[in-house]
Design a protein around this ligand. Structure first.
Ligand code: G3P
Length: 493
């Protein structure tokens, strides 16, 4: 049961010498869908060694040629959108249309990266010494951007393709090589914070890597390793041959950042994005954004709306409108392109249920009946949530959304800022001055005015404060982050 997939190393598809595989369970059927190789440390060493060697000549490959290959990979990715989307449906229960969108968005991201890379890496700076006190004009300084070396890219289960290419493409255009590795869902963090590799999404990621293979990148430049976290998780992230880690996921990222060596880290971790609704808000607009922001892909997005903070005077009307929109969502299998599909694992569903039961015990108002079948959880709005309930602070990563009624804007901002997360937030008001002041006061990487939080468009800067991350992503920022400044100083006699 379950097709067995090989891993990708030195430009070839290989079977692990461990003789073992890891099963990927379909969230809908809860049966094994695919199997991937359980690679061992020796195989990881080989991959890192070949990545190191391939990077040296890749860095010398003209920038326009690197861009040309990336454009080719983008086109192949788009051609292969169907098989990639099919994997996303089977592995992570992503609704069929969203799965195709992920593949297309990924192709667009790769192309944009190639174009942006040509622009920003094609220019450096020229400085003269006599602008600093005490210096004559005797030193000319030339700056350029050089690659870091081997980048380890670890995408999450919810965007195994898109959030892989958002790391791979900037790394490649900047002249780095790549070791990519799918990582566990937020609920699968192992005790020792190793990566519980692989989980759902690994096969979609292997398909994506195949597109880069077909585009004709040099051997060893890109690889994709799969395996058990206990065997290769820490080994990968603490590998001395790795020069940069770009990771998206949950708490595992905090553990990785504590264990990693002295290398640049790019981390996008959890979020508890707040949606603040003022009295003068367009409530129809707010309600549709709350449903879209809170329930797309069944709430399994770091940028999902995860708590609504609404002014008491408009709360009844808002809740009514949200409930009316929620009632229109379809619930069922991803193959039927339903809005709400099974969450990624049984343990994830159990975790969500734990939060719901805690809220029930503490007196939250259930706007719908709580319903679950296997990993499928029906959309649920919890009204009158109070700060003593776990769901006021924890991210369910599921189709369950708490509403907290507030009596002042300050109370909303206080709740938002008391969170240990700081990814995004949003505010709904017709008063732009108030919106700007609230945006300034919210301790999050981004604030959306009159729209739900979202990462895209993918060239926008994307960053989290506090436990939500390290560094900033988005095409331009990722390219810059995966380079170092090199200077050459010409000393005149
Ligand atoms: O959960 C991953 C995060 O990056 C969300 O992306 O595009 O759904 O806002 P997006």
């Amino acid at each position: 049961e379950g097709d067995v997939y090989k891993y990708y190393s030195e430009g070839e598809w290989k079977v692990s010498s461990s003789g073992k595989t890891v099963s990927i369970v379909n969230p809908t059927t809860r049966k094994t869908q695919f199997k991937v190789q359980a690679c061992n440390q020796e195989e990881v060493n080989k991959i890192v060694e070949s990545a190191k060697a391939a990077q040296k000549s890749w860095a010398k490959t003209p920038l326009w040629k690197r861009a040309e290959l990336l454009h080719k990979a983008a086109a192949v990715l788009k051609e292969h959108k169907k098989p990639i989307a099919e994997c996303l449906v089977k592995e992570i229960a992503k609704p069929a249309k969203d799965a195709v969108t992920e593949a297309v968005r990924s192709g667009d991201l790769v192309s944009y990266c190639a174009e942006e890379g040509v622009r920003i890496l094609g220019e450096g700076k020229f400085l003269v010494s006599d602008s600093f006190p005490g210096n004559e004009r005797t030193k000319y300084c030339l700056t350029s951007k050089i690659p870091l070396g081997v980048v380890l890219a670890i995408p999450p289960f919810n965007y195994p393709v898109n959030l892989a290419v958002s790391k791979i493409a900037p790394a490649l255009i900047a002249g780095n090589s790549l070791c990519s590795s799918p990582h566990p869902g937020k609920d699968m963090t192992l005790e020792n914070a190793s990566l519980g590799l692989p989980i759902q999404g690994a096969v979609a990621a292997l398909h994506m890597v195949h597109c880069f293979h077909l585009a004709g990148f040099p051997k060893g430049l890109i690889s994709c390793v799969t395996g058990k976290g206990s065997e290769i998780g820490d080994f990968l992230t603490m590998h001395p041959g790795v020069n940069c880690i770009s990771f998206t996921g949950g708490d595992t990222g905090v553990a990785i950042s504590k264990k990693a060596g002295m290398i640049p880290l790019q981390m996008e971790l959890g979020g508890k994005d707040a949606c603040i609704i003022l009295e003068d808000a367009d409530l129809d607009l707010a309600a549709s954004n709350i449903v879209k922001g809170g329930f797309s892909y069944s709430g399994q997005r770091c940028t999902a709306v995860k708590v609504v903070l609404v002014m008491e005077s408009v709360a009844d009307e808002l809740v009514k409108k949200v409930n009316e929109t929620l009632a229109k969502l379809t619930v069922g299998p991803p193959e039927d392109d339903c809005d709400i599909t099974p969450v990624v694992t049984e343990s994830s569903a159990n975790f969500i249920e734990g939060l719901v039961m805690d809220a029930k015990q503490k007196g939250a108002t259930f706007c719908q009946e709580y319903k679950r079948q296997g990993n499928l959880i029906w959309p649920l709005l919890l009204d009158n949530v109070r700060p003593d309930m776990r769901i006021a602070w924890e991210e369910p990563f599921g189709p369950v959304l708490p509403v907290i009624r507030i009596n002042s804007v300050e109370e909303g901002i206080r709740h938002c800022n008391a969170s240990n997360f700081g990814l995004q937030g949003c505010v709904f008001t017709r008063d732009i001055n108030k919106a700007i002041l609230i945006s300034d006061a919210m301790e999050t990487g981004t604030v959306q005015i009159n729209s739900a939080p979202a990462r895209g468009p993918d060239h926008f800067p994307f960053q989290g404060l506090k436990d939500s991350g390290i560094g900033s992503q988005g095409v331009t920022n990722s390219i810059n982050m995966m380079t170092k400044i090199k200077t050459t100083v010409i000393n005149l006699p």
